[in-house]
Design a protein around this ligand. Structure first.
Ligand SMILES: Nc1ncnc2c1ncn2[C@@H]1O[C@H](COP(=O)(O)OP(=O)(O)O)[C@@H](O)[C@H]1O
Ligand SMILES: [Mg+2]
Length: 424
């Protein structure tokens, strides 16, 4: 038996019950979503009795859905966070049993983490949960929970193969989640009095999502032989090469949109090479570079490319951590904005869109296709980067000289460093 799910997801054979459960959940959520869609016009019309009736119905449906005890039970189980050094040195067994062990670990761990995410959605104000875009993300988590938690115990390589395929599909299905959360919250944050609530929810959701994705990608990567890699860990990551890659990327976007771009120089410990997980820094570095490039170009209107001041990336490496400083001469961040730039949704890019300059709107859609994600213009670059840096046991600090430029310092602990590491 083969059953086709939404987004072309297909499962067959022994997953029948899992799929049916999933379909039931989906239908259930579709119903909730339909009611919610009817209700988007809501707030102004609270007095209308028909709407009130629908609102009650929706509340009932969502409440019943919220009360799923299976999710609560799993959320209460302890989560096991892995030390990357353990992954790095645990070695691989010639018979591939390390892959089975990894699958068995995920089989237990992922439902716990996802149940915790779902629990977190429940802490949001009702008006936010009912936003169709947020609801769609919530639904994706519930679907992932039911698929992962109902998968049979992984006892052989055939099951591991099916499990891995399911993981790959789930990773793909959740790819645009950050954009969805960004746009969903943008739509409804005006109803939220407590700003901190949004910040906490997004910090938690985005970092936990990063952890889940790293675990899943690690398992998938264990199946491949890649030089200098143990799963997702690059055992000899050359930081300068990563910087150069994203420097080219950021310059290409700017060149395409503005017709000019500053040079991006790299200095300091340019030969540094150490084990690290590239996934999070592949998100962080382009965000920082795009900001520096944009500020440089925008603060020098009419300046030809050859006269634009360069963006300089300095690398420092030691046995505890490594530091990356991105320096620009993009005029700095004005005093009155400085406290806001690390808040979700704070951006000065919308002006460019509204003025029809086309520059940022196009940059947004351009970066939508790029591997660094679609965040430009949503005001998610710095807050997400900061949350990731802290999750990775490091920090992000901004030093700005108003009228001159900005230095952003990214400081991350080594995964095999003297002072211990973060946990995934
Ligand atoms: N290097 C920089 N120089 C000047 N302003 C900056 C710099 N980096 C960030 N900013 C300001 O912070 C805001 C938020 O940045 P970010 O979170 O990356 O969101 P976005 O790039 O989508 O606007 C930017 O819109 C910009 O106003
Ligand atoms: Mg940005």
């Amino acid at each position: 038996m083969s059953i086709m799910l939404r987004r072309g997801f297909t499962l067959s054979g022994e997953f029948g019950s899992n799929v049916l459960y999933s379909i039931q959940k989906q239908n259930h959520m579709k119903h909730v979503a339909r009611v919610a869609l009817l209700e988007t016009r809501t707030v102004a019309q609270f007095g209308d009795s028909r709407i009130n009736h629908q609102l009650k119905e929706r509340q009932r449906t969502i409440n019943s859905f919220f009360n799923h005890t299976s999710i609560d039970k799993v959320a209460a189980q302890p989560s096991v966070r892995l030390d990357p050094a353990t992954i790095l040195y645990s070695g691989k067994s010639p018979d591939g049993s390390h892959i089975l062990r990894s699958a068995q670990f995920l089989h237990k761990e992922l439902p716990v983490r996802i149940a915790n995410r779902i629990a977190c959605f429940r802490t949001l104000p009702f008006i936010v949960v009912c936003n169709p875009t947020i609801m769609a993300v919530h639904e994706l988590y519930i679907r992932a929970f039911s698929m992962l938690s109902e998968f049979p115990a992984i006892t052989d390589f055939k099951l591991d193969k099916q499990y891995s395929e399911m993981l790959r599909d789930l990773l793909d299905d959740h790819r645009d989640e950050v954009t969805k959360l960004a746009s969903g919250f943008q739509e409804c944050r005006k109803y939220i009095k407590e700003e901190k609530l949004v910040q906490q929810f997004l910090d938690q959701t985005l970092t936990s999502r990063l952890g889940i994705r790293m675990l899943a990608e690690h398992h998938l990567a264990l199946h491949q032989e890649q030089p200098n890699h143990v799963g997702i860990i690059n055992t000899a990551m050359k930081l300068k090469e990563v910087v150069d890659y994203w420097a080219d990327y950021s310059r290409q976007i700017a060149e395409h949109k503005y017709g000019k771009t500053p040079v991006i120089k790299c200095n300091g410990h340019i030969t540094a090479s150490f084990p690290y997980i590239q996934i999070p820094i592949d998100y962080i570095i382009p965000e920082l570079l795009k900001n520096a490039v944009r500020a440089t170009i925008e603060s020098h209107p009419g300046t030809p490319e050859s006269s634009l001041p360069p963006v300089t990336v300095t690398i420092a490496n030691n046995d505890v951590d490594f530091i990356l400083r991105v320096s620009d001469r993009g005029g700095g961040i004005p005093h009155h904005l400085l406290n806001h730039v690390t808040q979700y949704h704070f951006t000065t890019a919308s002006h460019s869109e509204e003025e029809g300059a086309g520059v940022f709107s196009t940059m947004i859609s351009e970066s939508n296709h790029g591997p660094s994600g679609p965040m430009h213009g949503f005001g998610f670059g710095l807050p997400t980067t900061q949350a990731y840096a802290e999750y990775l046991g490091g920090n992000l600090t901004i030093e700005t000289m108003q009228g001159i430029g900005t230095d952003v310092y990214l400081r991350l602990k080594h995964i095999d460093g003297k002072k211990g590491s973060f946990r995934i």
